[in-house]
Ligand binder design. Structure first.
Ligand code: NDP
Ligand code: GFR
Length: 312
């Protein structure tokens, strides 16, 4: 059977570019949305041209012109959207409602993967303000997809290593601290971490798989379920240097939200749920959901000791 034609919307983005790469690597006819609004963003243009060089087809469409989105969607079988959702970058999750409208009007799409790739928003009804906005908006998009009966897969990717591992789970930095490391509570709450290239690989594995139709797929491979203390120990072994551990009690961490700007408040909320509450690992993956490393045991996913070597 011919491989599905895949459209990536948001393909020049942080996770989007990994998904385009994985789609090409796995031999899918790959289309990438080229938005006229990118204008003089030379980095985006160069990324798009690099995709074209690797065999992707660039297709013009704009979120300001629904007809253009419909024409683009009509050319493919699968649509993956990686719309921005990190507040200090940009956050346009609800723009996807236009894409849902276009998919509904086109009527040909076999699978739609909306921009999720983080905590499962269906499990975050209790989330703190203002960070809950991320999950509330993703649920609005899910409801629109399901009301339109669009076949879908939701990918819950846990923590991107680039945002959570290189910095040993510290906020406001992306590289390891030099002397002291903030430990959230006792530091033993389990989270789950993913190399972004593996997020791309697993995402593309799901698109033609009947087992993932209308399901949530969690990326939670067993060896990447780790506590913050385990990450710090891995780093200390790698760097040969002990870090001074500074314990941050839960109430102090939450109190730190006061006076921060909005994007930082969002981040504190997300970090709280992950590292104090354990929201990524405090449940079994059951009915109506799958775990990617069980579905695709052939994928040799990157372990976090390996990932950390990059920073040594
Ligand atoms: P980016 O900030 O990289 O943005 C992705 C793309 O969104 C852009 O490349 C752009 O597409 C598109 N976009 C942004 N603004 C607009 C607009 N106004 N109109 C049309 N398109 C727009 O996104 P991320 O990769 O950081 O986030 C993607 C998803 O991953 C989100 O759902 C986020 O919540 C999640 N995430 C999860 C993390 C985790 O640790 N689990 C970490 C970070 C993000 P184009 O390429 O066309 O310009
Ligand atoms: C893990 O799941 C998610 C992570 C998610 O479902 C949605 C968004 C994210 C964000 C995190 C919290 O907002 O992606 C990365 C991270 C963004 C962030 C990192 C925010 C504030 C910070 O200080 C920060 O330091 C690394």
């Amino acid at each position: 059977m011919a491989k599905s034609k895949v459209l990536v919307v948001g393909g020049t983005g942080y996770i989007g570019r990994r998904i385009v790469k994985a789609s090409l690597e796995q031999g899918y006819p790959t289309y990438v949305l080229q938005r006229p609004e990118i204008g003089l963003d030379v980095d985006k243009v160069q990324i798009l041209l690099s995709f074209k060089k690797q065999g992707a087809r660039l297709v013009e469409g704009s979120f300001s012109d629904i007809q253009s989105l419909i024409e683009v969607v009509k050319q493919v079988d699968v649509v993956i959207c990686t719309m921005s959702g990190v507040h200090f970058r940009s956050h346009n999750i609800l723009l996807q409602l236009k894409l849902v409208e276009a998919i509904k009007a086109a009527g040909n799409v076999k699978r739609f993967l909306p921009s999720e790739f983080g905590m499962d928003p269906a499990r975050m009804e209790h989330a703190l303000e203002p960070g809950r906005v991320t999950f509330d908006e993703k649920m609005i998009v899910r409801r629109a997809i399901e009301e339109a009966n669009i076949p879908h897969t939701y990918v819950s990717a846990n923590c991107f290593a680039g945002y959570f591992v290189g910095n040993l789970c510290q906020m406001d930095r992306l590289t390891p601290p030099k002397d002291k490391v903030n430990i959230y509570g006792d530091g033993n709450v389990k989270a789950a971490f993913m190399d972004e290239d593996d997020v791309g690989t697993y995402t593309i594995k799901t698109i033609d798989d009947p087992r993932t139709l209308n399901k949530t797929v969690f990326l939670r491979p067993p060896e990447n379920i780790l506590s913050q203390r385990q990450l710090v120990e891995n780093w200390e072994k790698l760097s040969g240097k002990k870090l001074q551990k500074v314990t941050i009690p839960q109430e102090d961490f939450l109190a730190s939200m006061k006076g921060l700007d909005y994007p930082s408040q969002v981040g504190v909320g997300h970090f709280f749920h992950i590292f104090y509450e354990g929201c990524l690992t405090n449940f079994e993956i059951g009915e109506g959901a799958e775990e990617a490393s069980r579905l695709y045991p052939e994928v040799r996913y990157t372990r976090m000791e390996e990932f950390l070597k990059l920073y040594a």
